[in-house]
Ligand binder design. Structure first.
Ligand code: 5GP
Length: 205
């Protein structure tokens, strides 16, 4: 295995089940998860510092000005962003880090950290996407309409992603994502340290 952690972004339509997939990945395996900052209000049961760092618009804009974020985006009227320090620290300690962020942000991470791996998670059909959004029961009909409209726009960007994983059966999806991330350790870029080591061993002979 390579020394440095692998950085993976998981995006997908709102309602694709990203939250559930990521939660299960963290329960079953030893991943570092970046906790985002957002200006949206906490949903019932959400805690500051666990699901998100909940910020005011002023606080968030200060983080932007002070370059504390790897990326940020506006999504349905709110800011969302990824604090930089924690992610970099975890990767350097050899931990694989997952960012669960929407598309604009994902593509921006790739501009800043080109080694990132972008995974797009999608339900098997658009009807199923809508059904999941409705059955979540946390959003108003208006927000569901906005999220479906946004999903339609986002579908045009699926082709920018490195991997597309279908979330039909949850356990199967979690396993597929985990195996995919494991295999990323064997990419040549990820093995630069090992390649150097082998070279040095030859030089010593
Ligand atoms: P929600 O309000 O449902 O928690 O999240 C809305 C969207 O914002 C989701 O697609 C989620 O992946 C995305 N999101 C969460 N955190 C971040 C972040 O740090 N940066 C960006 N760009 N998007 C985020």
């Amino acid at each position: 295995m390579s020394d440095r952690g692998v950085l993976t972004v998981i995006s997908g339509f709102s309602g694709a089940g990203k939250g559930t997939v990521v939660k299960q990945l963290l329960q079953e395996y030893d991943y570092g998860l970046s906790i985002s900052a957002t200006t949206r209000s906490p949903r019932e049961g959400e805690q500051d510092g666990r699901e998100y760092f909940f910020k005011t618009k002023e606080e968030f804009e200060k983080m932007i000005r002070e370059h504390q974020l790897i990326e940020y985006a506006q999504y349905v009227g709110n800011y969302y962003g990824t604090p930089k320090e924690y992610v970099v620290q975890q990767l350097e300690q050899g931990k694989d880090v997952i960012l669960e962020i929407e598309m604009q942000g994902a593509l921006r991470v790739r501009e800043i950290l080109p080694e990132v791996n972008l995974i797009f998670l999608t339900p098997p059909t658009v009807d199923e996407l809508e059904r999941r959004l409705v059955s979540r029961g946390t959003e108003t009909a208006e927000v569901i309409r906005e999220r479906m409209a946004r999903a339609k726009e986002e579908s045009a960007y699926m082709k920018e992603y490195d991997y597309v994983v279908i979330n039909d059966d949850l356990d199967e999806c979690v396993e597929n994502v985990h195996q995919l991330i494991r295999s990323l350790h064997y990419k040549r870029e990820q093995q630069e340290g090992f390649i150097q080591k082998i070279k040095q061993e030859f030089e010593k002979r």
